[in-house]
Design a protein around this ligand. Structure first.
Ligand SMILES: [Zn+2]
Length: 203
């Protein structure tokens, strides 16, 4: 067992997840297959309650290798993820260039960056370069903080710019991922800059 203590948020999600741990494998597989059908055709915030519930089920399903048991069929347009053979539901994060799109079931790279359509690669590469410059403000060292004159102000400004950049990539490009994939989730937060889902206005 790991000595690392879970954060209070992790403990809370652990508590939320107890409903799915009580499901038997067949019930869990059917619930996930049905929910994938409901997720289809949209770009989703990671903070959306339906996505949150699906992530809990997906993690427990992954631990129990439910998709390998072939107990229920996911909607046919979800292809099998190479990482864990669950239906491919990709997660877009600010680390898209380094990590590609992540698997919502097992957490590793599900779609390498180089496998994305070329046009999207170009747009994501430019966006990620802008974003990482802003994100870096949260990780400035003492010298950089002093140089800024007013670090609190610099940090606030970086958070505001990050909120706008996240909203922009969602509005301009993420729906294009619905061409290769039936549904897409994006990480609507930045914990280092203290950007919360409610700070990002997409509509
Ligand atoms: Zn996976």
């Amino acid at each position: 067992m790991s000595e690392a203590k879970e954060s209070p948020v992790d403990q809370l999600w652990e508590e939320y997840g107890s409903i799915f741990r009580e499901f038997d494998d067949l019930t869990l597989a059917r619930w996930m297959a049905q929910t994938l059908g409901q997720l289809r055709g949209r770009v989703w915030r990671m903070s959306h309650p339906l996505v949150g519930a699906y992530r809990l089920a997906a993690q427990i399903g992954h631990d129990r290798q439910v998709w390998l048991k072939r107990l229920a069929n996911a909607p046919a347009d979800y292809r099998e993820a190479e990482c864990c053979r669950a239906p491919l539901l990709p997660l877009f994060t600010r680390d898209v260039v380094e990590s590609g799109l992540l698997c919502l079931h097992c957490g590793v790279t599900a779609v390498p960056f180089d496998d994305l359509p070329a046009q999207l690669q170009n747009a994501f590469r430019k966006w990620a370069a802008d974003y990482s410059e802003i994100h870096d403000v949260a990780h400035w060292d003492d010298r950089q903080r002093k140089q800024s004159g007013n670090y609190d102000h610099a940090l606030d400004e970086a958070a505001t710019r990050a909120e706008k950049l996240l909203a922009r990539i969602v509005r301009t490009h993420l729906s294009k991922l619905l061409d290769p994939f039936p549904a897409v989730v994006w990480e609507d937060q930045d914990e280092c800059l203290d950007v919360r889902p409610e700070d990002i206005t997409v509509a």
